[in-house]
Design a protein around this ligand. Structure first.
Ligand SMILES: NC(=O)c1ccc[n+]([C@@H]2O[C@H](COP(=O)([O-])OP(=O)(O)OC[C@H]3O[C@@H](n4cnc5c(N)ncnc54)[C@H](OP(=O)(O)O)[C@@H]3O)[C@@H](O)[C@H]2O)c1
Length: 245
């Protein structure tokens, strides 16, 4: 298989890459050192680089993420979580669609999305200028990924929430939160070695449904809302068009 893993330099993505490579698959990994995916221009450039490397793409893993306790704005003028977690993932999936369509059983696995009903789109302030918190931004992003999950045949789209996994997630937090999260993680989180196998199974043997959702290996329902999906898609496309004319 030809596989692209964003967020493939650390945590879950790195473990997926390691295992896939050991099985002989051709894996391209991306971290912020290779492409800053909070930038739409860089995301667009990455899609072109993937096209230059692979003739077809069997699997796309969307895993690049950073938790921002304080509000950060990207140079392109978007709230950072919105840019990295929502706009970039949507754009990359869209740009790589022709390459995915050339594979025999293509799949997109989006780590994460489905936080259930906890997340909501703040339609009057998606950039969270008025009331930002890292949690609000993350949960809004999760809901947005759920609502945007529709690649269309032949591509299967899998929303996968791994729940609490021991990764590099805490590394970018300021103290005392870094210590708190690391301690909680050491006690409560699943090691990446145990989190990866169910995701690998979905990559090599995607479900038949066009869209499916999982929480730590367990299948759950997809929260469908066609009106909100359509509205969000228009908004996201307008944000992308603002940068990539
Ligand atoms: N760990 C958990 O408990 C947990 C729970 C629920 C959902 N998830 C989801 O699972 C996915 C993977 O999480 P993880 O905990 O394994 O992540 P992680 O260990 O924190 O690693 C994050 C990855 O994202 C990359 N990244 C961050 N900012 C980037 C940017 N601007 N451009 C390109 N790449 C960027 C990092 O690259 P560099 O560090 O090399 O720059 C790294 O490879 C995420 O989508 C996360 O939302 C994780």
């Amino acid at each position: 298989m030809n596989v692209l893993i964003t967020g493939g330099t650390k945590g879950i993505g790195k473990e997926l890459a390691r295992r896939l490579e050991s099985e002989g698959h051709d894996v391209m990994t991306v971290g912020s050192g290779q492409a800053d995916l909070s930038s739409l221009a860089a995301t667009d450039a990455l899609a072109r680089a993937v096209g230059a490397r692979f003739a077809s793409l069997d699997a796309l893993v969307l895993g690049a993420f950073r938790y921002n306790p304080g509000r950060v704005e990207t140079t392109e003028g978007f709230e950072h979580t919105w840019a990295l977690y929502v706009l970039s993932r949507f754009l990359l999936a869209q740009r790589l669609r022709p390459l995915l369509e050339r594979a025999s059983r293509p799949v997109i696995v989006n780590l994460c999305g489905t936080g259930g009903s906890t997340g909501r789109i703040h339609w009057d302030d998606v950039q969270l200028r008025r009331r930002y918190s890292g949690f609000r931004a993350t949960m809004q992003g999760a809901r947005a990924n759920d609502l945007l999950a529709l690649a269309g045949p032949p591509i299967r789209y899998v929303l996968y929430n791994p729940l609490f996994v021991r990764t590099a997630m805490a590394e970018h937090l300021a103290q005392p939160w870094r210590a708190v999260v690391k301690t909680a993680s050491a006690v409560l989180a699943t090691p990446v070695e145990r989190a990866a196998p169910p995701i690998l199974e979905l990559l090599t043997n995607p479900p038949d449904s066009p869209v499916s959702a999982f929480r730590a290996g367990r299948r759950i329902g997809v929260m469908v809302d066609p009106a909100a999906s359509g509205r969000l898609r228009e908004l996201v496309e307008s944000h992308i068009a603002r940068v990539l004319r």
